[in-house]
Design a protein around this ligand. Structure first.
Ligand SMILES: CC(C)(COP(=O)(O)OP(=O)(O)OC[C@H]1O[C@@H](n2cnc3c(N)ncnc32)[C@H](O)[C@@H]1OP(=O)(O)O)[C@@H](O)C(=O)NCCC(=O)NCCS
Length: 208
């Protein structure tokens, strides 16, 4: 199935700039994620044990990996101080037209609306430029901050998407929130950046 592909994008709101992850972000990323259970307790992934684990995953899109390059990984930059503040990803690999959003924010920067604005901006990109018909996110039972982030971006709960996940010793209930393209259009296409640069691309190997 053919789908629009974005080569590069910069999306600026009032609190954050989203730009593609680059090699210089990898150390910042490792320092903020490595054994930070406040963050990794809420992710399917347990975080990196070694810094070398990060680049193959987070740089797959900027490096043009023909497969995982369908997953867009953005650095979240805090506009208040210009610092790296976290990562937000929009993933299509293995589920064309349905973008799965995942995110984490550096602990000292929680509670300032950075995740909420990041999700709105990336949802806008997904529908406006990346060919999404549906955008969804999954969150673990108890992660009320993440639930609220999704509600603020207009996502709705879909109990049919609930499932269980084995996270180490814990068997957790995973909730599913989603936003359909039609609902986003009816709401007036919210989340448009204040400033935006999008470079459209072409892929030789459209994914399945
Ligand atoms: C969840 C997370 C991304 C939120 O980031 P953030 O930048 O602090 O989020 P925001 O500042 O945009 O806050 C969004 C809303 O959640 C609320 N919130 C934040 N933490 C909360 C908590 N523990 N309980 C209840 N509400 C909470 C905020 O008050 C805000 O709601 P409001 O606007 O109605 O006041 C961040 O806490 C994080 O990285 N957690 C660990 C990783 C993670 O959970 N990733 C998501 C996996 S699904």
């Amino acid at each position: 199935m053919e789908q629009a592909w974005v080569r590069s994008a910069k999306l600026e709101g009032s609190k954050v700039l989203l730009r593609p992850m680059g090699p210089l972000d990898i150390q910042d990323c490792f320092d903020r994620l490595h054994r930070r259970s406040e963050i990794t307790d809420w992710l399917c992934w347990d975080g990196p044990e070694a810094i070398e684990e990060l680049a193959p995953w987070y740089l797959s899109w900027p490096l043009g990996d023909p497969n995982r390059g369908w997953d867009y990984h953005f650095a979240v930059i805090d506009l208040a101080d210009g610092e790296f503040a976290g990562v937000i990803s929009l993933r299509f690999y293995d589920h064309a037209s349905q973008g799965d959003i995942g995110y984490w924010i550096d602990v000292p920067k929680w509670g300032r609306g950075l995740a909420s604005e990041s999700v709105s901006l990336l949802t806008w990109l997904a529908f406006e430029h990346a060919g999404a018909l549906l955008v969804y996110a999954e969150w673990f039972e108890g992660n009320l901050g993440s639930k609220r982030v999704l509600e603020r971006a207009g996502f709705l709960s879909d109990p049919a998407g609930e499932h269980r996940f084995q996270k180490g010793e814990r068997n957790v209930l995973v909730h599913f929130h989603s936003l359909a393209r039609s609902a986003w259009e009816e709401a007036g296409k919210p989340g448009a950046p204040d400033r935006v640069q999008v470079e459209a691309g072409e892929r030789a190997n459209p994914h399945k």
